[in-house]
Design a protein around this ligand. Structure first.
Ligand SMILES: Cc1cc2nc3c(=O)[nH]c(=O)nc-3n(C[C@H](O)[C@H](O)[C@H](O)COP(=O)(O)OP(=O)(O)OC[C@H]3O[C@@H](n4cnc5c(N)ncnc54)[C@H](O)[C@@H]3O)c2cc1C
Length: 378
């Protein structure tokens, strides 16, 4: 049996960031993934990093501009975002949100249609206006996953790939071993950060956590001329301009799915790809002539209230659980820090993360998925 102080199940951005934070504190860490690190949602997402509704936001905002330097590898992080209103109703909603940001002290500017065109050269004349967030930003998901993984290894951490965790050994209220097909890894502490499969693993330790999985798609176009601010959202789309100029965009409708044994199957579909492409052409009409060169899908973990779960697992003294409910990429620098704190100190040092706790679901009815219609189409 091999051994580590902390074993982390899941090599997405959450597990890798947690591993990196722990390794920075001198802890011997092993991250185990059933596939390749970042192969699931963490390497397939929109790259948005502006989660102002989260208790982790201040830390997210503080850390992102430093991440390249801290990790020692590029994440391609870019600051700021612009949201364009394509209907009068959206314009009303965005002004309401902007007023709330003002009250919270987040720097935002309202833009009229002409200012939108100046700030976003690919936008057209038809917008109702926009909001310029002078905070938050976006980064390259693949680069970021790689940066966390390399930085973790530089600090002596171990990554084990193509190795599914199948169960746990327990003794005296603690997890003492993490079982895989090949071997059992001994551990002093365990972190479960397995995205939409987190519930399957916690169920083995007797804790049901409420998660529903949804498939989402992204498209990417040929390169467009570079814009000063590449994080442009709106028209129910989220996305970013890559460093090469390509427009990488995703958006609803998301489709509820079952996760098969072995992991999510996430193939893009032609109808949704067409729908995304036509909305992108309306949002950024001066890019409407660009061909879509690739598309992909990913599976998002969703909790009933849309907020992440980061908590110590009830009933086990040495287990932390983290699943991020669709906002895990942007929050990853901060979620990793919070997980490190829970593992080492038992409490998050920089934010009150009580609302991310599992106890909030104590009164959730067993049929919550049916109630909401969050069920896969059969
Ligand atoms: C299309 C799309 C767009 C998105 N856009 C954004 C965005 O713009 N901004 C944002 O912040 N978030 C976005 N998200 C959400 C974000 O990608 C996720 O919240 C985040 O990646 C979750 O990271 P994670 O590490 O917690 O989970 P995952 O990335 O799902 O990683 C979990 C890992 O656990 C491994 N695993 C599972 N079971 C086992 C097992 N039994 N044994 C070993 N390993 C196991 C898996 O192989 C996987 O690698 C988007 C998601 C998608 C799909």
């Amino acid at each position: 049996m091999s051994g580590s102080e902390v074993v982390i199940v899941g090599g997405g951005v959450t597990g890798l960031s947690a591993g990196w934070w722990l390794a920075r504190s001198g802890v011997k860490v092993t991250v185990i993934d059933k596939g390749i690190v970042g192969w699931e949602a963490s390497g397939r997402n929109g790259g948005g990093a502006s989660h102002y509704q989260s208790p982790l936001f201040d830390e997210e905002h503080r850390l992102w501009p430093q991440m390249d330097e801290l990790l020692g590898y590029p994440t391609e992080h870019q600051r700021e975002r612009i949201i364009i209103a394509m209907t009068e109703r959206q314009w009303e909603q965005y002004r309401f949100v902007a007023a709330r940001h003002h009250r919270l002290g987040h720097p935002v500017d309202l833009l009229d249609s002409k200012q939108v065109q100046e700030a976003v050269p690919l936008a057209g004349e038809k917008s109702f206006g926009g909001v310029h967030y002078r905070f938050g930003g976006h980064a390259n998901p693949q680069r970021t996953v790689q940066a966390y993984a390399w930085a973790l290894q530089d600090l002596g951490g171990t990554i084990v790939q193509h190795c599914a965790v199948t169960g746990f050994d327990t003794a005296g209220g603690k997890v003492t071993g993490v079982r895989t097909a090949n071997e059992t890894h001994g551990c002093d502490s365990l972190v479960i950060a397995a995205g939409p499969q987190t519930d399957r693993l916690t169920a083995q330790l007797g804790v049901e956590i409420p998660l529903a999985a949804a498939r989402a798609e992204m498209i990417i176009t040929e390169p467009a001329p570079m814009m000063k601010i590449g994080g442009v959202d709106g028209h129910k789309l989220y996305g970013r301009q890559t460093m090469r100029g390509n427009l990488a965009y995703g958006g609803g409708p998301h489709e509820w799915v079952d996760i098969e044994e072995g992991g999510p199957v996430a193939r893009p579909s032609t109808p949704l790809m067409r729908n995304l492409a036509s909305r992108l052409a309306e949002l950024l009409p001066k890019a409407a002539h660009l061909n879509v060169i690739r598309s992909w899908a990913g599976v998002i973990e969703n909790t009933p209230d849309g907020r992440p779960i980061i908590d110590r697992l009830p009933g086990s003294d040495n287990v932390v659980v983290a699943t991020m409910s669709g906002v895990g990429f942007g929050l990853s620098p901060a979620s990793g820090h919070a997980i490190r704190d829970l593992v080492i100190d038992g409490v998050c040092s920089f934010a009150d993360i009580g609302i991310l706790g599992l106890s909030r679901f104590a009164d959730l009815p067993a049929d919550w998925r049916q109630e909401r219609g969050w069920l896969p189409i059969t």
